[in-house]
Design a protein around this ligand. Sequence first.
Ligand code: NCD
Length: 317
Amino acid sequence: MKKSFLFQQSYVSVKQMVEVGQITKIFAVAEAMRQRVEERQVYEPLKGYSVAILFYQPSTRTFSSFSAAARRLGAYVTAIHGMQSLSSVSKGESLEDTIRTICQTTAADVIVLRHPDDASSERAAAVAAVPVINAGSGVAEHPTQALLDLYAIYQHQKRLDRLQVAMVGDLLYGRTIKSLAALLGLYKKNSLSLVAPEALRAPTAWLGSLPKSMSVQEYDDWEGVLPEVDVLYMTRVQKEWFEQAGRLAEYEQMKHKYVLTRHLTEQMKPSAMVMHPLPRVGEILPEVDSDPRAYYFKQMRLGLYIRMALLEMIMKP
Ligand code: NCD
């Protein structure tokens, strides 16, 4: 049997996806997972395996879907939320020592990690005896979210090339957009409109890392962009990073610069989709939820299938 390209590999960055065939393969496994879940099939290829899930930052979707994914596949799951305050991290233990500890105490076959440091997943992978999956690292990456986002786009638009994608909001601190943009760059003729106030623009170094084949435009205003897009990817202005940087006053000024209303949604193409990694904190009004273009609730279910696919592909040959 040909081994999965992810077998016994860490998944710490979207940079590991170098050709679209890899993504197609993950989607095919995710699709099989979807079918099993919808049919309530019992499918437990990870029986006897151990999955450790460590979250140092808040989470609802990523944490619950990873836990559900591992349990559905039959694994023993140790899922710890609040690492920062409730574990020995609060006594000063290093990430490296915590990872070594968890490998020992849970006999983990894989570690899923969310952590505020940009390089956390790489640091963890360097000392872990088993693969590490990045469930969000600092302001840099959210590679499993990017796969589920891309999967959502594929489900709705039936293609992953020739797409006009607008990313709106906090492009400085938001990590989901960075991972998703990189994956979109693997496909042909996608164009990216980055909409943000001056202070929340995407980092220049990161912009420079995007494939040159992808057209990228920056905007301060979104009125002209909305009627053109196939995908409108909204994001939350990330209060926690402003707080840390002592910039709370600026956050208050910018938090509602872009608010999607029903009126604005109606200016979009009927075939367009509105996405959001969630949580939303005012940037999409609830009145948009019933619009057929609203995709953000369907989007998160796909996270369960993608994470099931990744866990199986990493642990089973
Ligand atoms: C995002 C994250 O943690 O980066 N949430 C998620 O995982 N769906 C987005 C956010 O917190 O704004």
